[in-house]
Design a protein around this ligand. Structure first.
Ligand SMILES: [Ca+2]
Ligand SMILES: [Ca+2]
Length: 339
């Protein structure tokens, strides 16, 4: 959008609004056109690589609790206020674990070096209600530090605000952005060189860089968004889960994208004062039909007919010796070209 805005700087707000790719969620889409008083301002186009996760949760799957764990709930919801973090649309993933043994988790397979997650892993989270106010959903990575041996190397690394009190706010009823890749993680299992047996089960934390340093072959095999067990009374949200390959944006419906209109046919272009059309026929843009221009330096100065009348390029219209011809709102003369 920034590039677009710069190019269209001369063309006024109406043209700017028309030129921006508009993206709105299903709810807001219904508002378009209901009132001319509603400002229809351009909002950022989706970041390349955004993946919308709709109520079926694909490409994630709900994790079935094992052992003594009992199922909590996981669903896409717009119930929170606000329903999503800034830039996260109109909904989020809502996780609820009312009971002590309740567990709500969704997961998807991954296959990439753990090192790739260090600069990017992040998520936004929100706490609506909590039995313990420091508890939030966690960002988990299942890893294999010995990919060559099927019997060795599995663990689950967990990032949670409770392990990162120096950087992570846990204030309720507002969205927080947690830079997991830069923070402290714990491990369910011992990992040689980085997590001792006494440190497993989240009795110690390390940075992802420390895991990679100890186990250079360590790979991520799954991404898990988890809440519980031992999170009774927690009702929380997660959105904009960033991984090395994409950003997962949980939404009730696929946002509507209104593509850029053709800049050559936009209705905001004013009528040509000489009755011609903008941008296409240069010979009709003030050279012959507007009258007087032939006496303003085209024929008398010599050579100008070649510069402005026969070449397809627009060069003649921005030059000072054609000064009287340049229009202040001439949509056809700035890139992108309309030929
Ligand atoms: Ca293995
Ligand atoms: Ca969202």
């Amino acid at each position: 959008m920034g590039q677009h805005r710069a190019k269209l700087g001369r063309r006024g707000m109406a043209a700017l609004a028309a030129a921006g790719a508009l993206i709105v969620g299903g709810g807001a889409a219904a508002m378009i056109g209901t009132s001319s008083a509603d400002p229809l301002l351009p909002v950022p186009a989706p970041v390349v690589g955004t993946t919308y996760v709709l109520p079926d949760l694909a490409p994630f799957s709900r994790v079935t609790p094992t052992g003594s764990a009992t199922p909590g709930t996981s669903e896409v919801s717009d119930a929170f206020t606000p329903p999503a973090p800034t830039g996260g649309g109109e909904a989020s993933l809502r996780l609820q674990t009312p009971g002590e043994t309740d567990k709500a988790a969704i997961a998807k397979a991954e296959d990439s070096p753990l090192a790739e997650w260090i600069p990017v892993a992040a998520y936004s989270a929100y706490q609506n209600e909590a039995g313990n106010p420091i508890q939030f959903p966690s960002y988990q990575l299942q890893v294999d530090y010995d990919p060559a041996d099927p019997a060795v190397g599995f663990s689950t690394l967990t990032y949670e605000p409770i392990y990162n009190p120096a950087t992570d706010s846990t204030t309720a009823n507002e969205w927080h952005r947690y830079q997991a890749g830069a923070g402290q993680w714990c491990s369910t299992r011992a990992i040689p060189g980085v997590i001792a047996e006494t440190e497993r089960s989240c009795n110690a934390t390390r940075t992802l860089a420390q895991f990679v340093a100890a186990q250079p072959d360590i790979r991520v095999t799954a991404l898990v968004i988890n809440q519980g067990t031992s999170n009774p009374g927690l009702d929380a949200g997660v959105d904009l889960v960033t991984t090395p390959s994409t950003i997962y944006d949980f939404e009730l419906t696929e946002p509507v994208v209104i593509p850029d209109p053709d800049p050559c046919e936009e209705p905001t272009t004013p009528a040509h004062p000489g009755g011609g059309e903008w941008g296409n026929e240069h010979e009709n843009e003030g050279h012959e039909n507007n009258g007087g221009h032939e006496n303003e330096g085209h024929e008398n100065n010599g050579g100008h007919e070649d510069e402005g009348h026969e070449k397809p390029a627009d060069e003649g219209h921005e030059q000072p010796d054609h000064g009287g011809e340049e229009q202040p709102d001439n949509g056809g003369h700035e890139p992108p070209q309309c030929s």
